[in-house]
Design a protein around this ligand. Structure first.
Ligand SMILES: Nc1ncnc2c1ncn2[C@@H]1O[C@H](CN(CC[C@H](N)C(=O)O)CC2CN(Cc3cccs3)C2)[C@@H](O)[C@H]1O
Length: 157
């Protein structure tokens, strides 16, 4: 059953993929834009990357900071594990943050392997930018938020 569900997901993702483009974003640089309408609760995309242990992710984060690429291709999981999309990542790494997002993320363990899926939380019209809440931890050094939604919190962290 698990394999069947996994296969179905993979097919859904493949079909969906050709209807997602990364384009210039009104929020920041590049963003992921739906080319066709997406129904609420539909699977949109998987956040593909390398699953790394907390200790490794700290080292990588420092390295990426030094290299000036920042650490925002790192998707942190609750247990401290991180999915690193910096080197080998899917198009999901172009998804921007919104304080009023149209998608949400879900971490699912498939045969012990944690995968991050992004689902639509409402109907998304063609041409809309895909967004989810990054849920970055609060920090002193603020990254101003440009989502321009009514409930914008003003910063990502
Ligand atoms: N609501 C928001 N308001 C303001 N800024 C936002 C918002 N939401 C995403 N942001 C920025 O976008 C990064 C998240 N990025 C999402 C895609 C990004 N738009 C892109 O074009 O790459 C991925 C990181 C990885 N960085 C690519 C780089 C490579 C070399 C130097 S920077 C950007 C975040 O860390 C932010 O800096």
């Amino acid at each position: 059953a698990a394999e069947g569900a996994e296969l179905l997901k993979a097919t859904q993702l493949k079909a969906r993929k050709k209807h997602l483009r990364f384009q210039r974003s009104k929020i920041h640089d590049w963003g992921l834009v739906a080319q066709e309408p997406i129904e609420s609760e539909d699977l949109v995309v998987e956040y593909v990357g390398e699953l790394i242990r907390p200790q490794i992710s700290d080292i990588r984060e420092r390295l990426y900071e030094k290299m000036g690429i920042g650490s925002s291709y790192l998707f942190r999981l609750d247990d401290g594990y991180v999915v690193d999309a910096t080197k080998r990542g899917g198009i999901a790494r172009f998804i921007n943050h919104s304080c009023e997002p149209n998608c949400y993320t879900k971490v699912i363990s498939v045969e012990g392997q944690k995968k991050i899926f992004i689902y639509a939380k409402r109907h998304i019209a063609a041409g809309e930018e895909i967004t989810y809440n990054y849920k970055f931890p609060l920090e002193d050094k603020k990254i101003p938020c440009n989502c321009s939604s009514r409930k914008c919190r003003g910063s990502l962290n």
